[in-house]
Design a binder for this molecule. Structure first.
Ligand code: HEC
Ligand code: HEC
Length: 186
């Protein structure tokens, strides 16, 4: 008798039970909770853990390296998409990200084939400026004209922040890249 009652209790209430105890697991971004503690400690960490996990996991963020300008751009873009940060919090988050996931912190690995750079004028500059955020594979696997390389290098150095490279250095890098990773005439 008693076990029958218990049985009926569960058959009656299990959907409710499921709704109360299981549903919230799906409603809350569980994927965000586990890796939150993987974020390096620092001012802004908690803001990132909450405001940046409403739509996707932290993995997307942790996998990226960018400079202060690049991260600022991402943060602004995410706010346009709906990230809940006031202007002051946005500053804190951008600073936190560029400090902890910025140039020189374990560069992103593209998985692309990476070969030593051919010698030439500009090689050392590319070596010191272009592996701060990602590996060489990103560079050595593409073929671009001088103008295109110039745009890429400008874009990369802008992301990294001003004062990273002078205009002369940017031009030297673009010429070097066009000479060695240029478009083959078709
Ligand atoms: C309102 C939803 C939302 C929130 C909140 C949000 N993001 Fe995003 N995020 C997106 C979407 C959508 C994409 C995919 C964009 C795409 O593929 O173009 C994305 C992609 C990204 C990417 C990958 C971009 C790339 O091109 O590799 C990064 C990095 C990122 N978000 C960082 C953040 C940070 C930092 C925060 C917190 C400030 C944040 N996101 C909060 C919606 C959001
Ligand atoms: C401040 C960080 C940073 C530095 C320094 C940097 N990059 Fe990048 N680079 C990025 C980011 C971020 C991406 C985009 C990654 C993604 O979306 O997955 C990228 C992507 C690329 C790509 C692939 C996208 C494209 O345009 O085809 C190339 C090529 C590239 N970088 C070249 C360079 C060169 C050349 C240098 C040195 C002049 C350099 N990078 C320095 C951050 C950097």
């Amino acid at each position: 008798m008693r076990s029958d009652k218990v049985f009926r209790f569960w058959t009656h209430f299990s959907p409710l039970f499921a709704l109360c105890f299981v549903a919230p697991i799906f409603v809350s971004p569980i994927w965000a909770q586990a890796p939150a503690n993987a974020l390096p400690a620092g001012t802004g960490r908690d803001l990132v853990a909450v405001a940046c996990t409403q739509c996707h996991g932290l993995k997307l963020i942790m996998a990226l390296r960018d400079g202060p300008v690049g991260w600022r751009h991402f943060v602004d873009d995410m706010i346009l998409r709906g990230a809940q940060l006031n202007p002051e919090e946005a500053d804190t988050v951008a600073q936190y990200l560029s400090k902890n996931l910025g140039p020189g912190t374990a560069p992103m690995q593209s998985g692309l084939k990476s070969e030593p750079l051919p010698p030439g004028d500009g090689e050392k500059l590319v070596e010191s400026h272009c592996v701060l955020c990602h590996d060489f594979g990103r560079i050595t696997t593409v073929a671009r004209s001088k103008e295109e390389w110039s745009n890429t290098v400008n874009n990369m150095m802008t992301r990294a922040g001003t004062n990273i490279a002078t205009q002369d250095e940017i031009l030297t890098m673009a010429s070097y890249l066009a000479a060695h990773f240029g478009k083959k005439p078709s």
